[in-house]
Design a protein around this ligand. Sequence first.
Ligand code: ADP
Ligand code: ZN
Length: 433
Amino acid sequence: MNQSKYFEPEIETLSRQEIESLQLARLQETVKRAANAPYYKKKFEEMGISPNDIKSLADLSKLPFTTKQDMRDNYPFGFLACDKKELVRLHSSSGTTGNPTVICHTKNDIATWANRVARCFYMVGLRNTDVIQNSSGYGMFTGGLGIQAGIEALGAMSIPAAAGNSRRQIKCITDFGTTAIHAIPSYALRLADVFDELGIDPAKDTKLTTFLIGAEPHTEETRRKIEQRFGVKAYNCFGMTEMSGPGVAFECTEQNGMHLWEDSYIIEIVDPQTLEPVAEGEIGEMVLTTLDREGMPLLRYRTRDLTRIIPEACPCGRTHRRIDRIKGRSDDMFIVKGVNIFPMQIEKILMQYPEVGTNYLITIKTENNNDDLIIEVEKGNAPIADPHALCKSITRKLKDELLLTPYVILREKDEIPNAEGKAVRVKDLRSKE
Ligand code: ADP
Ligand code: ZN
């Protein structure tokens, strides 16, 4: 075995049987720990289950699902499974629609998380000679300190640039010889525009080789756009605060699905309505159980993210199963004239056009008792010979994809407002009666 290909060959290439026996041992430990948390203690009593009931991985189905609402209702410490003195850090997600969700970490939790992120970075070819710039916000959000600790665990040089200020980001990239950057995909594309404005060609005038893009849904077309504009390889990274943060699943150099680290998580894909498992390889809601978290273990957490398991073995030799690009969140979907639509279906079409830029906004509004779907997309840098023909062509392709006809409007650059953090793609102006 080529040692240098893997960060932890003894874990990354375990046989299925070995993964499953490791998972069972860790699940039993996790359920025992979880029983110390006030929320699960009560839940186990109500359901009449005890940690001793977990005798096989199939017994996972005896355990309760956990939702974001459960976490909000038991804010902030109802899920805490250890003594507070063991904790060293608290993270929380933004609480725009109610109480934020809070995750508390022990020293070991931080170390295993950092190791997982380092494993992801190593997988895409980053080494201790790399200079990795992190453009995520630091503070309570996990993309800041989570990526930071991963870079340090890898032993690479970190540039904790934090979010925003594109000119300063670019100065860091050029002055410090940044080779890899972690960014939200919508921000990566905005950064490309600022490079253009400054007359710097990121493909020629920087040392960038790698983009680590994640934290929001994006399409293959967006990835390719980022790769072309920067002259880099871009890898999809998936994470969420409830599962610690970045580093839950990450693409390898095959760029075909993200390895989900099965020594740290058990994955289930369920039908979001019935909560029954879907057939192998089918799309459904991803449900995750933590296996190595001490502070706040979570059982069968409903992520609301829609994806599928890619059942085939990966040519890279890693045995941890891959998840497909996230199709969207079950709560992202909107319905217009009876048609179910995910923003990513629209993005996929828009990004096929080199003439358009990267920002777009989907608005749904009611006019004369009719729901209209309006898609505004910004122009790209190159002049457009026939804007009318372009709009018509985009409209036709969208109609084929969505089975209804949207209004497509071309906007000047910067006419569509940019979000501060994750992109806001959908504005639903219909009255909710
Ligand atoms: P983070 O700070 O890591 O973005 P949040 O908890 O705020 O964590 O957001 C997590 C959510 O972001 C996920 O549930 C998912 O919907 C979305 N997300 C994260 N990474 C990706 C990705 N690579 N592709 C698509 N969606 C993603
Ligand atoms: Zn692989």
